[in-house]
Design a protein around this ligand. Structure first.
Ligand SMILES: Nc1ncnc2c1ncn2[C@@H]1O[C@H](COP(=O)(O)OP(=O)(O)OP(=O)(O)O)[C@@H](O)[C@H]1O
Length: 338
């Protein structure tokens, strides 16, 4: 395993006409590190991957293994582009033989097929594979030269949950063995699970870089208690009781969202509801995730998600009708019947 950064970028810039795709991106990725790149559609992720793999010309300086990407030893780099359409009338086994043949040395096709979970479909034409099986085959192609540096642009799109987890395990194993992985994904759980460090790209700029834990600590916002309330009267009474107990509370339809509740606060919050005789149907405590970081830093909202800090606090702020906000499904947390 080599020492020091395997990938470096200094002030990368790229425009397509008036569209600025990269607006001064600098980063470095060390050997054996999994770097996760996230950001909204059009943020510049694919352009950055292309810059780092030498498939598009950019301003600034990009280096892989210390040389310009176009000059890097191709046998050491694997690339799964976002759009990759191998020949339709080849089977996964043939595809691996075909792409493996481009290198002086390549991995045994059977072991790659096993790695990506395609051993049973190894002799089906590519065009007859399901979407997820196709993507597995494409991941296999990126692995066939046993690369030291692997670029994966949205590798698990279309792959079922079990298959995604298998691929995560595979990537973790590769990284543990010293492979450097540069991963872009729209799946926050994927990036949180895999990445040692995460970079968030927005409008061509890297607006945050850090470990998932650091980014969540810095930008994820507070832990929350969501109280499912039985009826509007209970929602009103619950909001008041929680507020009086000193918490910051927001109201949604049939629920209250109490922000900044630590595990040590839970008892006091529940006691406030009980003391006020407020009937509640559920209690869910959630800690912030990388998804919260993403939402806060991009200003995006998932449909149905409420806007942190933008609705009723102390019942005073205007502009939000009860029922307007709705909290997304619980991602991590515990439910307690009330
Ligand atoms: N070949 C091209 N010609 C013109 N504009 C382009 C081209 N490629 C990308 N762009 C523009 O550059 C910007 C960045 O695109 P890019 O594909 O890098 O974003 P992305 O973050 O990968 O998006 P997505 O999440 O949708 O894959 C977008 O505004 C896009 O429209």
């Amino acid at each position: 395993m080599s020492e020091g950064p395997v990938v470096t970028a200094t002030d990368l810039r790229k425009s397509y006409g008036d569209t600025v795709a990269l607006d001064g991106v600098s980063l470095s990725v060390d050997a054996g590190e999994v770097f996760g790149l996230i950001g909204p559609n059009g943020a510049g992720k694919t352009t950055l991957v292309r810059a780092l793999t030498g498939t598009t010309a950019v301003e600034g300086e990009a280096r892989t293994f210390g040389v310009r990407p176009a000059d890097a030893d191709r046998s050491r780099v694997g690339l799964l582009p976002q759009e990759f359409s191998p020949p339709e009338r080849l089977t996964p086994r043939e595809l691996l033989a075909y792409y493996g043949g481009l290198y002086d040395e390549s991995r045994d096709a059977e072991s790659v097929l096993a790695d990506v979970g395609l051993s049973d479909d190894a002799d089906t034409w590519y065009e007859e594979l399901s979407g997820g099986q196709k993507r597995r085959a494409c991941v296999g192609v990126a692995l066939v030269n046993d690369p030291d540096l692997l670029f994966l642009d949205e590798p698990t799109t279309g792959i079922d949950p079990a298959g995604r987890r298998d691929l995560w395990e595979l990537l973790e194993g590769l990284a543990a063995g010293g492979t450097t992985v540069f991963l872009t994904s729209h799946s926050m759980d994927e990036v949180e699970a895999l990445a040692d460090r995460v970079g968030l790209l927005r409008d061509g700029r890297l607006v945050a870089v850090g470990t998932p834990a650091d980014l969540i600590g810095e930008h994820g916002g507070p832990a929350r208690l969501v109280v499912g309330t039985a009826d509007p009267a209970a929602t009103d009474a619950g909001a008041e009781a929680i507020r009086v107990a000193g918490f910051r509370v927001e109201r949604g339809e049939g629920e209250l969202v109490v922000e900044g509740v630590t595990p040590a606060d839970l008892g006091r919050a529940v006691a406030a509801l009980d003391d006020a005789g407020v009937a509640f149907e559920s209690l869910t405590w959630t800690e912030p995730t990388l998804e919260d970081v993403y939402l806060r830093l991009t200003g995006e909202q998932f449909e149905g998600a409420f806007t942190p800090g933008a609705s009723v606090v102390d019942g005073e702020e205007a502009g939000t009708e009860p029922g307007e906000g709705e909290v997304e499904d619980v991602v991590a947390g515990s439910e307690v019947d009330g």
